[in-house]
Design a protein around this ligand. Sequence first.
Ligand code: ADP
Length: 411
Amino acid sequence: GLTTATAIEEPIQPPVQVNHTQLLINGQFVDSASGRTFPTLDPRTGEPIAHVAEGDVEDVNRAVIAARKAFDGGPWPKMTGYQRSCILYRFADLIEKHNDEIAALETWDNGKPYEQAAKAEVPTLARLMRYYAGWADKIHGLIVPADSPHHVQVLHEPIGVAGQIIPWNFPLLMFAWKVGPALACGNTIVLKTAEQTPLSALLVSKLFHEAGLPDGVLNVISGFGPTAGAALASHMDVDKLAFTGSTDTGKIVLELAARSNLKPVTLELGGKSPIIVMDDADIDQAVEVAHFALFFNQGQCCCAGSRTFVHERVYDEFVEKSKARALKRVVGDPFRKGVEQGPQIDEEQFSKILHYIKSGVDSGATLVTGGDRIGSKGYYIQPTIFSDVEDKMKIAKEEIFGPVQSILKFK
Ligand code: ADP
């Protein structure tokens, strides 16, 4: 059953220390140009874990200059794909070696269960790096048969300095999906991490340098979206922008990229993914799958199964069993063994989710279970289920990004 509020209010001391809080520019940890810092908060309590250098326009400029220099000269552009792959493989080995330390830092900053960070997210970071490392020496061009006496050849070359902006829900997977391919292909990077979770990227980027990554190839800026993020998106000397985050911010960065140097942009945005349960499904299995699809990572997934459509003939049974499953969900301090759900990332998301729950009630959906916070500090929310949800309701249309399952009926 739910962990009691009192158990939540005695946070476990994380088995890790914060060693890196500065910006990483040109292979060096440095303070921000302004000297300013901001606190990164523990989602279990809302209290600061550490004060982190706050990057802004001037820091982004310095980082882009370093990335440009590393792209145009120095060891990086002279390396073969194979040599780059060796660095990525060594990095993956170091991730494995430091698995538990990285996972603890991730749990502390993000609130996700330690067991998931240690057994899934961090090992997947290593695995993804090996996947991209494998590509580094296999990106070939193309020879095109020409109907004229010409030799037509397509070459794939790195694009240059990549600006990358990532969110807080899977800080290390986001790191892997952005940094891995860009480096395998020979680009250099300025990465802007999410202000909620700046810590793990700094630690793993240091390990990347230990693995042999040349200075300036990967620069990491902690800071806020409208300042550091916008500076990167609108920078005239950034050749490509990759962004993962909310749909609204995606629109902003696409426009900033267009208004500056028309850099190409890759966007990975929000979602409202359906799960469809037919009347001949194995109901127990369907309940478990739909439960995981929505509640995994505190519901903070762009691909969360946030609309569960269930056939009318099995609807009542499905709702009853989903309720029983939600009531069994173990919510608690993410460092505690056996915990399935930790706190939401921050005050803003926490309030937004509670607001959506209220909207669900107001619009006439049936609150089957949950609906409130747990405890009086930190950002814990009860696993919540609505039945009788209809397409037109806000909770069926907008991304909630929290532990709130909506079950809709179909014929
Ligand atoms: P959420 O916090 O809901 O995931 P955001 O899209 O706000 O979604 O955040 C994702 C990333 O985008 C974060 O790194 C954030 O700092 C950054 N960001 C937010 N606003 C802007 C902006 N105006 N320009 C550039 N980046 C931004």
